[in-house]
Write a protein that binds this ligand. Structure first.
Ligand code: DSN
Length: 415
């Protein structure tokens, strides 16, 4: 007997959970209805190993057009010329995109420099438990111990001492602006290539509310499902002279057949990201995060760097005598979803660190504004300051559900 009815029922329950909860996990968002539609199509049936015009299977005439459109829109959303830049839209994820750049441009054992995972970086920026740290020789930089800001003078010092062949910039838990021009200057000083991983802030960059890594980086990698609101996937944009190495690293280097249904959804999200509506949403995302940060600080909760310039913030749960996991679990009981996270120089272990990360991308996609974020910040503070009060969490859960009724996540989604 097919388990389809059971799976479909679980999908309905998950959609209901997303509708009735406040998604404040900084890396999550809602793919647009058109993106979702493209994901669930028979494009998933096709094999198209290779690249447009050079496939190892026949019958790819429409797939070629779709992939070419995705490549075209990827450059267009950053106003890049196809004489200088090229996009590869086949990586299945942001991690795959990063691997492709390392494998395409370097040899195992080569020296790179990346942000420390415990200070805002990513697993693929050289964490010892990840392929990047196992295959390559990573030196790490972090943030200043007092300000918790990137210390560019220190980063330059490390680069001069370590002489990396590539510097990776970009973060998953850094609430402030990244100075890509300064990273370029540091890379030039030591003759290194520069990779900017913009997975978290891509939407903000497109909207002009965060400085762009173009033309500074040699390679820009990203996911497509965070502030970009597309399917769960990734891509690379590189300077055109590096395209052959990057293409070869992705196929046949690391991947076989691309996911053509996902590439179609990427084309759609790249195009949607060029709309005025998308830009307004990114601007609102930052305003919402700043309103949330202010409310939490007014409530006496420590916000790392005392605020935020982007879509996310980090709180130090020790300011309310909790650890991050405990705090995140308390909030989840009230349908408020966040994730526990290390804070810079965290003495606690990564599986129960001192902090929590929160983001406003998903709530902004739903249309929430400062007024709602201040109210939500108040609920968060009440819950964290009263961990023994289960009734309070039940009361707030009811309020959360009421609030979400006014902000549907999809108009037409049905299964
Ligand atoms: N797991 C993602 C995040 O939450 O930031 C990064 O890959």
């Amino acid at each position: 007997m097919s388990i389809s009815p059971q799976i479909f029922e679980l999908i309905r329950q998950e959609v209901k959970r997303q509708q009735e909860g406040l998604v404040m996990i900084a890396s999550e968002n809602y793919a647009s209805e058109d993106s979702l539609k493209a994901i669930g199509t028979p494009l998933s049936n096709k094999y198209s190993e290779g690249y447009p015009g050079k496939r190892f299977y026949t019958g790819n005439q429409y797939i070629d057009e779709i992939e070419n459109l995705a490549k075209f829109e990827a450059l267009k959303m950053f106003n890049l010329s196809d004489q200088e830049w090229t996009a590869n839209v086949q990586p299945h994820s942001g991690s795959s995109a990063n691997i492709a750049v390392y494998m395409g441009m370097l040899n195992p054992g080569d020296k790179l420099m990346g942000s420390d995972l415990s200070q805002g970086g990513h697993l693929t920026h050289g964490s010892p438990v990840n392929f990047s740290g196992k295959l390559f020789n990573f030196a790490h930089y972090g943030v200043n111990e007092t300000t918790h800001l990137l210390d560019y003078d220190k980063i330059e010092e490390i680069a001069i001492a370590e002489q990396p062949k590539m510097i990776v910039c970009g973060a998953t838990a850094y609430p402030r602006t990244i100075d890509f021009a300064r990273f370029r200057a540091i890379a030039d000083k030591v003759g290194a290539l520069l990779l900017a991983d913009i997975a978290h802030i891509i939407g903000l960059i497109i909207a002009g509310v965060h400085p762009s890594p173009f033309p500074y980086a040699d390679f820009v990698t990203s996911t497509t499902h965070k502030t970009l609101s597309g399917p769960r996937s990734g891509f690379v944009i590189s300077k055109i002279q590096y395209a052959p190495q990057i293409d070869k690293a992705i196929f046949p280097g690391m991947q076989g057949g691309p996911l053509d249904n996902i590439i179609a959804a990427k084309a759609i999200c790249f195009s949607e990201a060029q709309s005025e509506e998308f830009k307004a949403k990114q601007i609102q995302t930052v305003k919402n995060c700043q309103a949330l940060a202010k409310k939490l600080m007014d409530e006496g909760i420590k916000v790392i760097t005392n605020g935020t310039d982007n879509h996310l913030l980090l709180i130090d749960c020790r300011s309310v005598n909790l650890l991050g996991k405990e705090g995140a679990n308390l909030l989840a009981e009230a349908n408020i979803y966040t994730n526990f996270n290390t804070v810079p120089y965290d003495p606690a272990k990564p599986f129960n660190p001192s902090g929590m990360r929160m983001g406003t991308a998903a709530l902004s996609t739903r249309g929430m504004k400062e007024e709602e974020l201040e109210m939500i910040g108040g609920w968060i503070a009440q819950i964290l300051k009263n961990p023994e009060d289960k009734n309070l969490r039940e009361e707030i859960k009811t309020k959360v559900k009421e609030l979400t009724l006014g902000f549907p996540i999809y108009e037409n989604f049905q299964i």
